[in-house]
Design a protein around this ligand. Structure first.
Ligand SMILES: O=C(O)CCC(=O)C(=O)O
Length: 261
């Protein structure tokens, strides 16, 4: 049976461990030097997130999701089988670049698309479902760009280097990209102002990824405009929450576990 999963705010399968016992969480804790690297550079790479078995399950689900005749299609509030503005290239919504004609993702800051929520307390977790390399269009970051101001938003899947034409002069010299090659199942995290983008995939294999966008509990709506058809408006000034914005983690859950409750 096809169900609307936005109504579930808890795990719907056993794919991921659900225990929140303190000992189980410790192995996921980032080291202080990783946090320091993030504060300095605005990203952190190479964090193992998925096992090979989990990657296989997600690849199979992605395959189903890409089928335009999927029986749960009516549940998507937005569905683009190709976001690329280049008719010869494809970028599927979850940042999947097919073999041989995978399109670019233009340099951008995520927050330039998210100004309808405030304050900025957002984080992106990018999870590779294939090894990503310079050849197949891995993610590239500009270290330190999370300290730059908010810049205009480019067409995301249009001209890769479009942003360079509108960069303030003082930032042009600082535009020094680093390529982030990752193994499948590894993640990179980036700050919502970190400038990033990725080049085309002309290799004979796909470059698939899935992305989780989160923001801190307490972030508020800054817009009275509808986001997507069927998603209720959260009035400006109200805390984000409800059916489409589930709480993923509350430190009180861990405190309660530590207290043996
Ligand atoms: O997967 C990509 O190539 C781009 C991903 C991206 O722009 C993002 O995660 O914000």
């Amino acid at each position: 049976m096809i169900e609307d999963l936005s109504r579930y705010h808890q795990p719907v399968s056993s794919l991921f461990a659900t225990s929140i016992a303190p000992g189980d969480w410790e192995r996921y804790r980032l080291r202080e030097e990783q946090l320091e690297f993030f504060r300095e550079n605005g990203f952190l790479k190479g964090v193992r997130t998925l096992s090979d078995e989990q990657v296989e399950v997600l690849r199979a689900e992605l395959e189903q999701l890409m089928n335009p005749a999927h029986p749960g299609r009516h549940l998507f509030h937005e569905y683009h089988s190709n976001e690329s503005t280049d008719p010869n290239r494809v970028v599927f919504q979850l940042f999947c670049k097919p073999a041989r004609h995978g399109g670019v993702v233009a340099w951008h800051q995520d927050y330039s698309y998210w100004t309808r929520t405030t304050p900025l307390a957002h984080l992106t977790c990018w999870i590779g479902l294939d090894d990503s390399t310079r050849e197949n269009g891995c993610l590239n970051y500009i270290p330190g760009s999370h300290k730059w101001p908010d810049l205009p938003k480019p067409v995301l899947t249009g001209e890769m280097d479009g942003i360079r034409d509108i960069l303030p002069e003082e930032l042009k010299d600082k535009f020094a990209p680093v390529a982030v090659e990752l193994k499948k199942g590894e993640s990179s995290f980036h700050h919502a102002r970190t400038m990033h983008g990725s080049r085309a995939n002309d290799t004979p294999a796909p470059r698939r990824a899935t992305v989780i966008n989160v923001f801190r509990d307490g972030v508020m709506s800054d817009s009275n405009e509808p986001l997507l058809a069927g998603v209720p408006v959260i009035p400006r000034g109200d805390k984000m929450g409800g059916q489409f914005f589930p709480l993923l983690f509350d430190p009180r859950w861990m405190a309660a576990m530590a207290g043996g409750r």
